[in-house]
Design a protein around this ligand. Structure first.
Ligand SMILES: Nc1ncnc2c1ncn2[C@@H]1O[C@H](COP(=O)(O)OP(=O)(O)OP(=O)(O)O)[C@@H](O)[C@H]1O
Ligand SMILES: [Mg+2]
Length: 537
């Protein structure tokens, strides 16, 4: 069935004459067969969002339905790949089309020619339920479970080498089970139930792990103005976080940053395993030089891949830089569809879309009975550093951890520039307990002491500004000195040195030393020793 283009505005195309289309169905647009998605239906008229460059597209060109929604291909071979927003492997695109990717090319997300070794976990006659693992393949260091998409009795199952186009098992109903499945990007993958996040995901950033811990399955947002260190923080966490698999989305940001990241990941070693980082990483790239509309789809492509590995019982971390660029793409699409604009021109459904996306994070009991988690850390770039704008506000309402980057800290080159009085973690209490049990019973106490010192110093600073530091009492000058040490030796972490990653043990050791210095010196002051003499000692 073929329809016809009646109007074009940017990446939005009006189509007529296509019967039986469904909302969010994938369509092929124009002679070039560009990938598009039906975003509105009115009888036989449809509004289609095209995810590729529409330059050259003409009126009256044909549009074809595909009968299925926009999907992600899920199967072995995803790890280590670099995809664009529509899950096309960039390497292959570049090899076939050169550096200027026009997007007309249909390229398979995964390699059908590659052969994999299948190890069955079920046998003939076994009953299979949806979500059960029928077997696995070794994907690098990981056991990649092949999860059944249907239920039934196994009438036949393979063992040994296969390629992605071949069936691995057959059910009594005649349905085949493949090592590859397609999943609609906009539908969350199912699980048995959500669990409550209670285990910390170690980021290796002292200020986060100590003050604003992120649990496995939690959501953290990092809003920050221009140049406050969002990208460096996201990338540093991507390298060091204590998780199995990392999905990194470069969403509307600079292309060269992604190129550098890729190069680094290919060379540096995974700090938790004897492998290269890239072997446990998936990169989804839709940088500022690529079509804006695919950017809207890119974060869904990434989250679906994340859920897929979660369903195998892995701890997955999704990082996106930045959600604001995704929201801007949404705004552009909405305005070209002539929808009624809401606050600052964003569509009225912005907050519900953001909520729906963040909701896909979580720690879950999978259909298979395992526990898997998908954690999200997302940067937000509010224009002009104004945190009252809609994307920051909607993120703030839904995320459990809020890491606010502070322009004045960044100016002083205090990195990560996380403002410790305005950021928060809703999980602080629970995770603090967990660190106390796993790392040291002193964790909680040191945390509270450190917080107390920072607070007292804030009040003192106002006085010091009036009377000058020299006008303060000795114990107050000592407190200011201790907090200065907390700031420079504990809260600051240079991403370009060995200190980029701090284990919880190291974090504890540093803060313990500073607090001990403060306690010892306080004791000496009480004994009448002068502050100057203590510092000299
Ligand atoms: N942890 C860090 N250690 C050392 N330097 C840092 C750190 N974080 C940020 N910087 C410095 O700050 C600069 C800007 O950081 P980054 O590019 O991450 O900011 P950004 O918020 O992503 O900026 P933009 O708004 O332009 O995307 C870096 O080039 C680097 O010099
Ligand atoms: Mg950046």
């Amino acid at each position: 069935m073929t329809g016809c283009i009646r109007g074009i505005s940017g990446s939005t195309v009006w189509v007529e004459g296509l019967k039986g289309l469904r909302l969010f169905e994938r369509v092929r647009v124009g002679n070039a067969e560009l990938t598009g998605e039906v975003v509105r239906l009115e009888g036989e008229r449809a509004v289609v969002q095209v995810y590729e460059e529409t330059t050259g597209l003409g009126i009256n060109e044909p549009v074809k339905g595909t009968g299925s929604p926009l999907t992600v291909m899920l199967g072995p071979g995803i790890l280590g790949a670099v995809f664009d927003g529509l899950q096309r492997p960039l390497e292959q695109l570049r090899a076939e089309m050169g550096p200027f990717i026009s997007g007309t090319k249909e390229v398979s997300a995964l390699d059908y020619k590659r052969s994999w070794e299948f190890h069955p976990l079920k046998s003939e006659g076994d009953e299979l339920r949806e979500g059960d693992a029928i077997g696995y393949v070794e994907e690098g260091a990981f056991r990649h479970l092949i999860l059944a998409g249907a239920s039934g009795i196994i009438s036949w199952i393979r063992e040994g080498s296969f390629s992605l186009g071949e069936p691995l098992a057959r059910l009594g109903s005649g349905e085949d089970v493949y090592g590859l499945q397609e999943w609609p990007v906009r539908s969350p993958r199912p699980y048995r139930r959500k669990l409550s996040p209670s285990v910390p995901m170690i980021t290796g950033q002292r200020v986060i792990d100590f003050f604003f811990p992120i649990p496995r399955g939690g959501t953290a947002v990092i809003p920050g103005g221009f140049g406050t260190g969002k990208t460096i923080l996201e990338q540093t966490i991507a390298k060091f976080a204590d998780v199995d698999i990392v999905v990194y989305v470069g969403c509307g940001e600079r292309g060269n940053e992604m190129a550098e990241l890729l190069e680094e990941f290919q060379t540096i070693k995974d700090p938790w395993r004897e492998r290269r980082l890239i072997d446990r990483t998936v990169l989804v790239v839709n940088t500022s030089n690529m079509p804006v509309s695919a950017r809207e789809a890119s974060i869904y492509t990434a989250v679906t891949i994340g859920e897929y590995y979660r369903d195998m019982g892995y701890n997955v971390l999704l990082l996106a830089d930045s959600v604001s660029r995704w929201a801007e793409a949404l705004r552009e699409i909405s305005s070209s569809m002539e929808e009624m604009p809401g606050e600052e021109g964003y569509p009225t459904y912005l907050a519900s879309r953001i909520f729906g996306f963040y909701e896909r994070a979580g720690i879950v009991e999978t259909l298979n009975g395992d526990v898997g988690s998908l954690t999200m850390i997302l940067s937000v770039s509010p224009p002009g550093g104004d945190f009252t704008e809609p994307v920051t506000q909607a993120s703030l309402r839904t995320a459990g951890v809020f890491l606010m980057l502070d322009t004045s800290l960044a100016h002083r080159r205090h990195f990560p520039a996380i403002n410790w009085s305005q950021s928060y973690s809703l999980y602080q209490k629970e995770l603090k307990k967990n660190f106390s049990e796993k790392v040291s019973s002193e964790w909680e106490d040191l945390h509270d002491r450190c917080r107390g010192l920072l607070q007292s110093e804030e009040e003192l600073r106002e006085i010091a500004e009036i009377v000058g530091k020299e006008g303060l009492r000795d114990e107050d000058r000592l407190l200011m000195e201790a907090v200065e040490r907390i700031r420079t030796e504990f809260l600051c972490q240079n991403a370009y040195t060995e200190d980029a990653f701090s284990s919880p043990e190291k974090t504890l050791k540093i803060i313990k030393e500073i607090i001990r210095f403060f306690d010892d010196a306080s004791e000496q002051i009480r004994k009448g020793i002068l502050y100057e003499d203590i510092l000299k000692a």
